[in-house]
Design a protein around this ligand. Structure first.
Ligand SMILES: Nc1ncnc2c1ncn2[C@@H]1O[C@H](COP(=O)(O)OP(=O)(O)O)[C@@H](O)[C@H]1O
Ligand SMILES: [Mg+2]
Length: 236
């Protein structure tokens, strides 16, 4: 099971919108079964999911202190992807979400405030040595600040080559528990999400393959061959 987390210090950057959309798109693209995990006490994603009629993606009620054991349980239940929404903060709680994730997505509005806030989230991801990508969200077509934002973010890390534009259907589609893919499957927003998922999936696969490969190389050293994935194990 891959674990994907949406984090950013800034409220309103699109964490909840993208968590819901990417989870539904992953399921549509055949990467499921997908489970959504809401670690934000505000519960926006939970409320959206409660409005939802479609049976997928699944939803897991949890909290940060139980997250690790709950993810193990979900893994055993056969889920292939867990998508975690987080509150707007850089706290110990967020750090523990990052620690259990394979990839961190940091949605960022092309605004000076969001760009300044992005640094804090990056520091957190860097501290745990987890791969992360920025997604520019809520962009205005042809606005200079959109490309400026991508350039500024690229100084800190990888920027997804897909920009999500400001479109009211991202908000309106979620009113009754749906997504843009379900409301207007042939629309521009649906295409953006499809492309974003393809990119994220690619990154997840690459990161996952790398950790598995590293794990195998660890197993050639008898004293370090204890279970689990990831780079930190190698240093142990
Ligand atoms: N690309 C977009 N276009 C239009 N509205 C958006 C877009 N992304 C997010 N929104 C809206 O912006 C608000 C904040 O988004 P949300 O996903 O709740 O952010 P966060 O979870 O990071 O606080 C919501 O009302 C959402 O519907
Ligand atoms: Mg949110």
């Amino acid at each position: 099971m891959r674990v994907l987390a949406f984090t950013s210090q800034k409220g309103g950057s699109g964490k909840t919108t993208l968590s819901g959309h990417i989870a539904v798109q992953a399921e549509l693209a055949g990467a499921g079964p997908v489970v959504l995990v809401d670690t934000d006490p505000q519960g926006s994603l939970t409320e959206w999911w409660n409005e939802r009629e479609a049976p997928t993606p699944a939803f897991a009620q949890t909290n940060v202190s139980r997250l690790l054991t709950d993810l193990d349980e979900l893994r055993e239940q056969g889920f292939k992807l867990a998508v975690i929404d987080t509150p707007p903060a850089i706290t110990l709680a967020i750090q523990s979400v990052i620690a259990v994730s394979d990839l961190i997505v940091i949605p960022t509005r092309p605004s000076p405030h969001d760009l300044r806030a992005a640094g804090g989230t990056v520091e957190l991801a860097d501290r745990t040595d987890k791969p992360f990508i920025f997604v520019v969200n809520g962009a205005t077509p042809r606005a200079r600040i959109t490309s400026d934002a991508a350039i500024a973010l690229s100084q800190h890390g990888t920027v997804a080559p897909i920009t999500l534009y400001h479109r009211t259907e991202y908000a309106s589609s979620m009113i009754d528990g749906r997504t843009v893919m379900e409301v207007s499957p042939n629309g521009k927003s649906a295409k953006e999400i499809e492309e974003l998922w393809d990119y994220i999936n690619d990154r997840l696969e690459k990161n996952f393959r790398r950790t598995v490969f590293q794990n195998q190389s660890v197993q050639t050293k008898p004293h370090q061959a204890r279970g689990g994935f990831g780079r930190r194990q190698i240093q142990a």
